[in-house]
Design a protein around this ligand. Sequence first.
Ligand code: FEO
Ligand code: CA
Ligand code: CA
Ligand code: CA
Length: 741
Amino acid sequence: MAKKQDFRTILKKVINTEDESHNTSSNDSFEQVVARARLGRRGFLKGSSSLAAATVLGTGLAFGVDSAKQTSKTARAATSMRLSFNPVAKSIADALVVPEGYTARVLLATGDPLKSNVTPYKNNGTDNDFDLRAGDHHDGMHYFGMNRAGNGWDPSGSDRALLAINHEVCEDLGFVHPNGPTNYGAESTEVRPAIEIDKEVAAHGVTIVEVVKQGSTYAVNPDSRLNRRVTAATPCQISGPARRSPMLATAFSPSGERTRGTINNCANGYTPWGTYLTCEENWAGYFNRREDDAVRTAEEVASFKRYGIGNETSGRYNWSRADSDSDLYKRWDASKTGSQPQQDFRNVANTFGWVVEIDPFNPSAMPQKRTAIGRFAHEGCWPAPAVAGQPLVFYSGDDSRNEYIYKFVSAAKWDPRDANRGMAAGDKYLDAGTLYAARFNDDGTGEWLPLTLDNPAIADYADYSFADQADVLINARIAADAAGATKMDRPEWGGVNPINGDVYLTLTNNVSSSSGRGVKTPLNAANPRYYADAKGESVSKGNVNGHVIRWREAEASHAATGFNWDVYLFGAKASAEADVNLSGLTDENDFSSPDGLWFSEAVPGLLWLQTDDGYYTDVTNCMMLAALPGTVGDGEAKMVTNKAVPINGEADQQVKTYMGQPASPAVLSRFLVGPRDCEITGITESPDGKVLFVNIQHPGENSESVTDPAQFTSHWPDGGNARPRSATVVITRNDGGRIAV
Ligand code: FEO
Ligand code: CA
Ligand code: CA
Ligand code: CA
């Protein structure tokens, strides 16, 4: 019993450091906020009437809507569209609940075989061949329609498809092991059995699996030659400006051209040429570094601190401490142990934190880490619609407290003839371009700040001397500090409304007594709310329930360097007072900690929101909502009064922000509630919008034992006494119609 308690304590420490703030820059200090307020409204568009004008001008070709005809068609569709399901009630049952008239089926759960000759998953910790099974902690996901020949991409292919599914982590509790993990966690100094590490490594990464239409739904094709895993051990190429940087040299790849594996694959993206983008989020916690800072350069130490790789620490899984001398394990030790970087893995952490491109249809193409998109805790990488003759644009969030929002603008202009060129198109569009970080001004405008050495704020930055552009991209967080980006409340998923080009991004929450919003990090117009939420003996301080920000790029172009923003929605309990429940949420749609966000492509204008919450879970498990959003600027300026709470003894804080229309059940409605202790994350659809794929991650993650079913908090999806598993589910409407509308 005592051992189990220790184990939980260790796990909590491991997990709780994941989204810790490592941003000690002075961006958005109280002084800067005051100075900016004095400048007043100085944006490229003046006043709210111009916001409305931008809204009208913003539709059309430049935002990637295929034709003027389609623009008017989709706009009409949006205005006439209605959510057609009855909202699902909040629930703390250990069940997946969908609206009346809908059916959800499990398609692929942790450990399920990807080949017909692999034995069914026993789910008792004895299955070892995870490189032939679905990984754990399903996360971002995308549907790639397949042509009839079964050898390539067809965006409209609905008979067969490849699903690319991220597997963010291997369950910390160790349900994949017979009795949980041995000598796990940052505080252990003992070696770990290599056989356990191998299993955990293989449970990370990405699954590519073929699904075939069966009646109204889809089933896995276990005989597909394209079914495969990319894991935390799969060789990957490093491409783009940081390829061959001395800062990426390791004993595995002295020239800095390759690394092994992709980890913490959180959200995702996809390209106009049918490849998958998997994004490395909380990778920093995987590396050991048991050395003194004094043996590293000042720049190395600054980088480690900024990304949260402490010294004298162990890693999340202790993967470097195997009972084996193979460098397959030693590579997780980022200490300087040799005389040259080519003799050790001091630089290995620089080979993670990237967007990784995978061609689902080409198993022989090595995954490519696209360094031009920058290195941080990449939540995802969401494309703006491709427009012939214009650069491609991808949006990313850096999910840690007080981190930034980024966008990448390709140097090459989109040529639709590249749509079938696979990774060669990736080489053309993703290896050269400009990475920007966002500044959200308090007057409702914003700016994209280029992260290049041509930016004097970066070239002349006093706190860090960048060697070259590779260094700028490897240390993108530091470059964004230098450029003056705005600290945000944990940027998670983003997406572009196909109807009007508005860009949405979830800010899940920002709660911490040392760095939380409004506690130590000042409020600003784009992150205007804090709250102290008392639950029993614990008080959560900061932006407890999160919000969703959105913006409209200037000049009707995603490549623009200016924008106007507003807050689309604030998460809150329906019962919260008006200064907290700012969007007027009701029992039909109240939510907390928005995370997954995705615009349907089959049903333009339909938006999905998913939650990863820890602040409303006494009332409801995590959920998914359907929404029909308006446009940037459709609401009003709002003075938010953050009531003084007994956490700091200060006065009320008032902040002016810009809000979208309040929510009503007609335009925001709860569609799904997951089983206990899960997170809902990852969503994609069939081309006709009639089949929705959704991921249920880590049900039962607060279980107190991996062997005593009575102490599991969930048995989903298998029921009975089963260990809980993450899974992809397929949702269809019983009458065969399109989902949600
Ligand atoms: Fe892996 Fe920020 O969620
Ligand atoms: Ca997430
Ligand atoms: Ca989250
Ligand atoms: Ca997660």
